[in-house]
Design a protein around this ligand. Structure first.
Ligand SMILES: [Zn+2]
Length: 193
């Protein structure tokens, strides 16, 4: 922890590059990904402060929309779409994802009941075909597409999509190579960017 604290202490001494950030934010992209420490959106995309609005959840899960029960995830999506007016939403899954791996393997999660119940509530049944693949590539990619479907059911997303003002993108990031693939509708496959 100490090196991180030392860096944070020095960070506040950076030049005026950040002064303009006090005027507000107008990011073009809502980037939804896993909480995994190996996934660093700004590193992957080269984004500078102010360029990416982020939502991070265990397993980059977008929970089902429920108007009667506000969630942090729905609030973040709604703010990005309605207030910030982002043009793109990226759902980025990643290789070797602990959450998806646990689902694929059927791990006993009773010791972490919040994780167990979050996954049970919010995730679809995983593809079990690649249970032997430590990267869980097929399951993660299937899962990314399921989250994009979920997003489409959010009223604000549905409206902006119908107006042609929003694009949804599914990404798959390999933590061990840095490669990023995007889902292409034409081939229904994740292909190199
Ligand atoms: Zn993950």
């Amino acid at each position: 922890m100490q090196p991180l604290i030392d860096n944070a202490r020095m960070f506040g001494r950076r030049p005026e590059e950040f002064a303009r950030l006090a005027e507000g934010q107008s990011p073009d992209v809502l980037f939804i990904t896993c909480s995994d420490s190996r996934v660093v959106p700004a590193l992957i995309t080269g984004a500078r402060p102010g360029q990416l609005f982020e939502l991070r959840t265990a397993g980059n899960i977008v929970p089902p929309y429920a108007a009667e029960r506000p969630t942090a995830e729905a609030a973040t999506v709604e703010y990005a779409v309605e207030v910030l007016g982002v043009s793109d939403i990226v759902v980025c899954g990643h290789s070797h994802c602990g959450a998806i791996g646990a689902l694929v393997r059927g791990d006993d999660l009773d010791a972490v009941p919040a994780v167990r119940d979050w996954l049970a509530h919010a995730a679809d049944e995983p593809e079990v075909a690649d249970a032997e693949d430590p990267a869980c590539a097929d399951a993660v990619q299937h899962h990314v597409l399921a989250q994009l479907l979920r997003l489409r059911s959010y009223p604000c997303v549905e409206r902006r999509l119908a107006a042609g003002e929003l694009r949804l993108r599914g990404w798959y990031y390999e933590v061990h190579t840095g490669a990023v693939r995007e889902h292409r509708a034409a081939t229904d496959a994740f292909e190199a960017l």
